[in-house]
Design a protein around this ligand. Structure first.
Ligand code: FAD
Length: 407
């Protein structure tokens, strides 16, 4: 039979192929990738890969042998150009046509483009291994300061790497009032800001970029909204991502800042699924939807779809988690930080290790941010999954064993 075709071979797509085989799927599995390298982990690109502590072999999601042994046909360096849901076929950029019984769209996301004029040289976003190689090369071979536009996780990780490893003068410019507005609490973002300042990075908060200047086509300065001009040799744009939904939209699938799916991650066409950064899924009973941009989401959704294709219905109800490594510290978040949550501190996250516990107004535990405390992070995930609700006193009392709430 036609089997399953997966478009996009990264965290979501490769995990889905592997999960199908693990579950005993006997039909054809085809992975279509517009990148021409072996599928790889993205998180190290701003961390260990840049500092040469993760080499190319360890960057790969699976070794070359996986695709052979598991009979997954990986089409590299060829994009999917169109999907015909009526004919159940995918048209490839090289003119080839692949038929499917089930289609999984795992096209991910791309850096949000800079609005405005054509960008000069030495202005980069980071998404692919080629981007990382280019940034590392230019950082090592050019002088001058670096401005990182955007105080999100990817921008800050890169800022840390450029400051500590490449010894650059680094400025982070963030239009919002604090770093990590979307993904971290005020408590954690304050701690992260202090660490970057201590490392010698200059933060410009509450301040947008009004222009990027060049000299003979190479970036030379960044003009801030307050009129300050920072002379630079390189600029990193870390202003978020947009989901790759154009292919799905052109095929008539419902899209709304992401490919819209149901609890089983099915699109508006029942033979077609969408997973990972490109997917917008329902959360809670009140009809809200969301996208998540993390490895946990890509991998968990991939496993759910494999199970649904195998005829075992499942619904996706995530407890999101992700991590960030910066300046020698490990930050991990379980659950979703939402505005208005009450924050209770456990141990000493500032300058040591500990956690911020965040509670909804009704006292339910909503999220836990840990600093250099991986065991506490794992425990937090179990507490959230079990719906356990420690009291503020129990959180503050480091002698109290939070594990006891699981029994
Ligand atoms: P992607 O990884 O975006 O992969 C989609 C793939 O599909 C790409 O290869 C793309 O080229 C391909 N594609 C798109 N369109 C087509 C087409 N038409 N035909 C064929 N192929 C196509 N998350 C964490 O949880 N922790 C971290 O520490 C972390 N750090 C990060 C650091 C960096 C620098 C970056 C960029 C991301 C980081 N993330 C992190 C986010 C994480 O990498 C993403 O959430 C994850 O990669 C999503 O996986 P995905 O498979 O959905 O999409």
């Amino acid at each position: 039979g036609a089997g399953t075709v997966i478009i996009g071979a990264s965290h979501a797509g490769v995990t889905c192929a592997a999960a199908l085989r693990e579950a005993g799927y006997g039909k054809k599995v085809t992975l279509i990738s517009d990148e021409d390298v072996l599928p790889y982990h993205r998180p190290p690109l701003s961390k260990g890969y840049m500092t040469a502590t993760v080499d190319y072999e360890n960057l790969c999601l699976k070794g070359e042998s996986f695709y052979k042994e598991e009979d997954v046909s990986l089409l590299r360096g060829v994009g999917a150009k169109a999907v015909d849901p009526a004919a159940k076929t995918v048209l490839l950029a090289d003119g080839g046509v692949v038929a499917y019984e089930h289609l999984v769209i795992a096209t991910g996301s791309r850096p949000r483009p800079w609005s405005g004029a054509k960008l000069p040289e030495h202005v980069y976003s980071l998404r692919t291994v080629q981007d990382a190689d280019r940034i590392a090369k230019v950082a090592a071979t050019t002088s001058g300061a670096v401005v990182v536009v955007g105080g999100g996780y990817v921008g800050l990780e890169l800022a840390a790497t450029l400051r500590v490893y490449f010894k650059k003068e680094v400025h982070v410019v963030e239009a919002g009032p604090r770093l990590l507005m979307r993904a971290a609490s005020a408590a954690l973002s304050g701690l992260v800001a202090d660490m970057h300042v201590a490392a010698g990075t200059t933060l410009h908060l509450g301040c947008g970029v009004s222009a990027i200047e060049d000299h003979n086509g190479v970036v030379s300065g960044v003009v801030l909204a307050n009129g300050t001009v920072i002379p630079v040799g390189m600029v990193i744009l870390g202003i978020g991502i947009v989901p790759n939904q154009e292919l799905a939209k052109a095929a008539g699938l419902m899209c709304d800042d992401g490919i819209v799916v149901d609890h089983a991650l099915r699109t508006s066409d029942p033979s077609v699924f969408a997973i990972g950064d490109c997917s917008r899924f329902p959360v809670g009973p009140a009809g809200q939807t969301m996208r998540l941009e993390c490895v946990q989401n890509a991998m968990d959704q991939a496993r759910i779809v494999a199970s649904v294709i195998m005829g075992k219905p499942q619904t996706y109800a995530p407890i999101p988690w992700f991590w960030s490594d910066q300046l020698g510290s490990k930050f991990q978040t379980a659950g979703m930080i939402q505005p208005g949550m009450a924050c209770i501190t456990r141990d000493t996250p500032k300058g040591g290790k500990g956690a911020f516990f965040h509670f909804h107004a009704d006292g339910r535990l909503g999220a836990v941010e840990t600093v250099n405390a991986p065991a506490q992070h794992m425990l937090a995930r179990r507490l959230l999954a079990a719906g356990a609700n420690p009291t503020a006193q129990q959180v503050q009392d480091t002698q109290f064993d939070l594990k006891s709430l699981l029994r």
